[in-house]
Write a new protein. Structure first.
Length: 268
């Protein structure tokens, strides 16, 4: 049985006479661009880092009858990263401008807890993250890699007024990693090699953000700096073959990635 213990220390701003004084809006749509920087590292092996540009969208339902919260979120981002590592011979190997793209979908359920004129939302759900890194496009010595994560977020969000139609939010989240699959298209290097799929079942994620909103008539704008972190343990081993003959047993090394950036959203 998997367990994840997360200590969350949070703070709230309490005031009166704001957009939240009458409660959270029942239906909330948000959409807008995000820009971020991501760094992926396999200790003592390699690292990739670079900028990502994307779009974030979400819909949240807040029930006024029973304080239920339901939400769906989607993020698409694209960028180019630089690789710094070594070949199997130990020769240093660097490649620039490798195309990367990422998709993430989440379904959330939670409860809104009113505290004076503020709200604390406690939530969980299910999430899926896909990352495609195509080193082969920039180097014949590289190959395409596909990363798939299935996880459950457990988080807490604070929403509080600041006055003059401004509001503040803060989110802290821990992610329980259920399953992962790493597909390495090693046939890109030589057609005699088989593609390898490594199963991953140990790891965790963390994320946090703060946000500031300004109400403008029937909509509002929101700026939200964020950080997202993953720490994944070594995968199960799989056999690499050449023309059907086993030549090696390989595993996806333990790794961690950190992505930080900012979203600029329009809500209505």
């Amino acid at each position: 049985m998997k367990r994840l213990s997360v200590l969350i220390i949070c703070f709230m701003f309490i005031s009166t006479g704001s957009v939240f004084a009458e409660g959270l809006k029942e239906h909330i749509f948000k959409v807008g661009p995000e820009i971020s920087y991501i760094k992926y590292k396999e200790p003592n092996a390699m690292e990739e880092k670079g900028g990502m540009y994307g779009i974030s969208t979400s819909y949240t339902y807040h029930s006024k009858q029973n304080l239920l919260m339901l939400g769906i979120e989607g993020i698409f981002s694209y960028g180019e990263v630089d690789y710094d590592g070594a070949l199997s011979t130990g020769t240093p190997f660097t490649v620039e401008n490798i195309p990367d793209y990422m998709l993430e979908f989440r379904g959330l359920i939670g409860i809104d807890l009113p505290v004076k004129v503020s709200y604390i939302t406690v939530y969980t759900g299910i999430g899926y993250r896909y990352l495609n890194d195509d080193l082969h496009e920039e180097s014949a010595s590289g190959y395409e890699r596909e990363s798939n994560y299935l996880y459950s977020p457990i988080g807490l969000k604070i929403t509080a007024p600041l006055g003059n139609d401004w509001s503040f939010g803060a989110t802290a989240e821990g992610d329980i990693f259920w399953d992962g699959k790493q597909k390495s298209h090693t046939s890109d290097v030589d057609s005699g090699l088989n593609d390898v799929e490594n199963d991953q079942d140990k790891g965790y994620g963390l994320r946090g953000s703060v946000s500031f909103q300004k109400k403008l008539n029937n909509l509002w704008i929101e700026i939200e700096p964020f950080i997202r972190y993953w720490n994944i343990k070594q995968s199960d081993p799989e056999v690499l073959k050449f023309n059907g003959t086993p030549i090696a047993v390989i595993a996806e090394p333990r790794n961690h990635s950190t992505q930080y950036g900012v979203m600029l959203l329009v809500g209505f």
